[in-house]
Design a protein around this ligand. Structure first.
Ligand SMILES: Cc1cc2nc3c(=O)[nH]c(=O)nc-3n(C[C@H](O)[C@H](O)[C@H](O)COP(=O)(O)OP(=O)(O)OC[C@H]3O[C@@H](n4cnc5c(N)ncnc54)[C@H](O)[C@@H]3O)c2cc1C
Length: 474
């Protein structure tokens, strides 16, 4: 009987442009597709609750695409996979190269264990545009600034063309037993809080490809101008697809790049570049979710204020755009990039609460919670990251709302208790007079909170804290 090969799926839950699956199919051997759920990863970063919800749906779709053949196991992949290989008599294990540093370390252990069993590790291209570590400065160093990093990426040319889904796959007839998907306990049950996620998303490769096609034919043309408007559907919303590998960045790159020469094309490719840069940074600083890249920020004089943190999480800060973003997140597991920046800035600068706390909240609530993009986003806002926004640039949330949600559509959707206020007051309800509030049916302090902090005072406090950090660090 022909020895089977194992294909180990990780964050690449798709059939198309999957180098590991492609190579396994090309070998003509019977395939055993495997997914291993590790609820105790070495970096301690088990996917958060919203991402686990997504993972459940994505695994169900992958399994359906594989004719129900996906073998699910639980444990450490570097122990589970060699066990399976031994049980099945498999001679080759295919997977795609890891991009998260702790997975890179585990993969090295896996390769050694397989070699000891006489099993070949066949490792395909990673889910980045360029292999991690390949984009270097002229002197061979690591980039810390995005623009020159991206210039070198662009100079290296287009990434490889995406591979098609295997035309034919044969499966090992009596493969090993696995766990039922429900046994992985990825979905919330008591209570099931995920109805908003269900309403907003359909995980899985088919829906991902439809979303990509829809974006390229639709919003991409105006992406350069509309991407900063949370009130419009101006971005691709592909982030959870990329996070779980329902799409590869190569597929998104090529679909974008071949969509014409509109202004949106290069701007969208550049956003994929930020994902690339985030993984480049994570490779240099695996602890980025905890440790500021600029070491001086470790001594930042953060406050402790559990009540303010709770109000922020619940979208009850009294600043409507901040609250709209946080409620969009809670309801749908996703937040527009502009709202992410404003909400993160508010936590860090207005409330002076540690960015790590905000990162952890996003980690638990985002369906796209990403080991690289999330800490890089937070450190960018905090000013402690590579090529970050300077700390002293403090967003004025009301002004941000006036610029990026000019008609108030986004704010009204997520903060409906203010919906009847005219737009001039919607973004600054504390400036409304009693008659204006009464006409809109708003009781400030009852239906909607007074601002947690005054913008000017909070800004002054943030700048003072930053100055103290500067003095402390000499
Ligand atoms: C505080 C904060 C936290 C963030 N956390 C995450 C996270 O956990 N996961 C995540 O994918 N993105 C994160 N981002 C980046 C960005 O907000 C999202 O990638 C984007 O909003 C996703 O929407 P989209 O798919 O419509 O993006 P598009 O604008 O259509 O961009 C296409 C893709 O490019 C990548 N991308 C876009 N912007 C960025 C960026 N600034 N940094 C890195 N990659 C980017 C994403 O993969 C995205 O799907 C964060 C940003 C901030 C400010």
């Amino acid at each position: 009987m022909t020895a089977p090969v194992i294909v180990w799926f990780r964050d690449d839950l798709r059939l198309a442009d999957n180098p590991a699956l492609h190579a396994a199919a090309a070998s003509g051997r019977p395939v055993v597709p495997v997914f291993v759920w590790d609820d105790d990863p070495p970096d301690g970063r088990t996917p958060g609750a919203a991402a686990r919800w997504w993972l459940h749906g994505s695994l169900a779709a992958l399994d359906a695409g594989l004719g129900g053949r996906l073998v699910r196991r639980r444990g450490r992949a570097d122990a589970v996979i060699p066990d399976l290989a031994a049980t099945l008599g498999a001679t080759v294990v295919h997977w795609n190269r890891a991009i998260v540093p702790c997975d890179v370390d585990r993969d090295e252990a896996l390769v050694r264990r397989l070699a000891a069993l006489g099993v070949t590790a066949a490792v395909g291209a990673p889910d980045t545009l360029h292999p991690p570590g390949q984009v270097r400065t002229r002197s061979g160093g690591a980039f810390r600034v995005f623009t020159p990093f991206w210039a070198v990426c662009r100079a290296q040319g287009a990434p490889a063309r995406p591979l098609p889904s295997p035309a034919r796959l044969s499966f090992a007839p009596d493969a090993v037993a696995g766990l039922r998907l429900d046994d992985l306990n990825l979905r919330p049950s008591t209570p099931d809080w995920a109805s908003g996620l269900h309403a907003a998303w359909t995980p899985g490769e088919a829906a991902a490809q439809a979303d990509l096609a829809g974006f390229v034919e639709g919003a991409l043309a105006d992406y350069a101008v509309v991407r900063d408007r949370p009130d419009q559907r101006g971005t691709s919303r592909l982030s959870p697809r990329l996070r779980f590998g329902e799409l590869s960045p190569r597929q998104v790159w090529h679909a974008t790049a071949t969509a014409g020469d509109g202004a949106g094309v290069e701007v969208h490719l550049r956003q994929l570049g930020w994902r690339e840069f985030a993984y480049h940074l994570l490779g240099q600083a695996p602890d980025m979710a905890r440790v500021p890249l600029k070491a001086s920020f470790a001594a930042f004089p953060w406050r402790a204020d559990a009540a303010a943190f709770r109000a922020w999480r619940r979208g009850r800060t009294g600043y409507p755009l901040v609250d709209a973003g946080l409620r969009e997140l809670w309801s749908t597991g996703w937040m527009h990039n502009r709202a992410r920046m404003v909400a993160a800035s508010f936590l860090i600068k207005h409330l002076l609460l540690p960015w790590q706390d905000g990162e952890a909240w996003f980690w638990d609530t985002l369906v796209d919670a990403d080991p690289a993009n999330n800490p890089v986003g937070w450190q960018w806002v905090a000013g402690s990251g590579a090529d970050a926004a300077p700390f002293f640039r403090v967003f004025n949330p009301a002004r941000q709302a006036e610029t990026h949600d000019p008609d108030g559509t986004y704010t009204r959707r997520w903060v409906p208790e203010l919906a009847r206020l005219p737009v001039a007051l919607l973004h600054r309800p504390w400036t409304a007079g009693p008659l204006e509030l009464a006409a809109a049916g708003v009781r400030l302090g009852v239906d909607y909170p007074f601002p947690l902090v005054d913008h000017a005072a909070a800004r002054a406090r943030a700048l003072d804290a930053y100055a103290r950090l500067g003095r402390a660090c000499g």
